[in-house]
Design a protein around this ligand. Structure first.
Ligand SMILES: NC(=O)c1ccc[n+]([C@@H]2O[C@H](COP(=O)([O-])OP(=O)(O)OC[C@H]3O[C@@H](n4cnc5c(N)ncnc54)[C@H](OP(=O)(O)O)[C@@H]3O)[C@@H](O)[C@H]2O)c1
Length: 225
């Protein structure tokens, strides 16, 4: 299939991009040559997050800015990186501006019990399914759930990981995989329809529980593909 993204790279917007997950993805995507806008409920916080990442990596000349969550919606690919319990209320007001857009949910619904993380199951089975229902005119994919944020933000971490990408729209899965493959150390794998987001998100609980038990930053690698 011909690439959807040209040599200029993509415009990436990250809703809730000031947290560890959004920061790490923003840095890695900008380091791969994409133009990244970190979004926030607080424009100033997004701007200072972007300035901080840029100033920490002066040699990379990152195209990375901060703004409102709304501003982050005007991108080729919009990532949702908020906590699960704020995700739907955050994106629903943007349903109009995200009409026709590729939206990638990296949201995991989890709860901690002692030294275990446990998955929560939203009514549609996954947070990505909830997002697709809240944004019926958007092309939703699910990706990036198992990536350790600290290793994403540390470009010297030696991170190597596979990223499972699923969704009901072929071009959304393809664009999310193109973004993933453009990032050093990551490989995107087409994992099927949006129905697969339920086990993919739930498996994050297993990954974090293993990390707690083994004091590790484990990553997912799929053999045989
Ligand atoms: N941390 C990881 O290693 C990792 C890895 C893969 C996936 N994820 C998933 O990615 C998502 C973000 O993870 P995170 O650790 O970065 O989370 P986080 O730090 O708790 O939240 C990320 C950002 O979301 C915004 N936010 C917080 N509460 C909100 C609410 N109620 N409504 C709207 N926005 C809110 C905040 O930005 P502003 O205050 O600036 O708006 C915050 O900086 C989660 O769903 C998580 O499961 C995390």
């Amino acid at each position: 299939m011909a690439p959807l993204c040209d040599d200029q790279g993509m415009q990436i917007g990250i809703i809730g991009g000031t947290g560890p997950a959004g920061r790490g993805l923003a840095l890695r995507a900008a380091a791969a040559g994409h133009s990244v806008r970190i979004g926030s409920r607080d424009e100033g916080r997004a701007q200072s997050t972007a300035v901080d990442l840029v100033e920490r990596h002066p040699a990379l000349e990152l195209d990375l800015v901060g703004g409102t969550n709304e501003a982050a919606c005007s991108a080729d690919l919009v990532v949702i990186a908020t906590p699960w319990d704020g995700a739907i209320a955050t994106v629903r007001p943007f349903a109009g501006s995200l009409e026709g857009s590729v939206v990638v949910s990296m949201v995991n619904a989890l709860t901690k019990e002692g030294r275990e993380m446990l998955p929560l199951y939203p009514p549609r089975g996954s947070m990505a399914g909830q997002v697709q229902a809240a944004l019926p005119g958007s092309k939703v994919a699910a990706a990036f759930h198992h990536l350790p944020a600290a290793d994403m933000e540390n470009l010297d971490s030696g991170l190597v990981a596979d990223v499972l990408v699923c969704g009901d729209h072929d071009d959304a899965r393809q664009l999310a995989i193109e973004l993933t493959d453009s990032i050093e150390g990551l490989r995107g794998i087409d994992a099927g329809s949006l129905a697969q987001a339920s086990p993919i998100e739930a498996f994050t609980a297993v990954c974090i529980t293993m990390n707690i038990r083994h004091r590790a930053h484990s990553t997912l690698r799929i053999a045989g593909i």
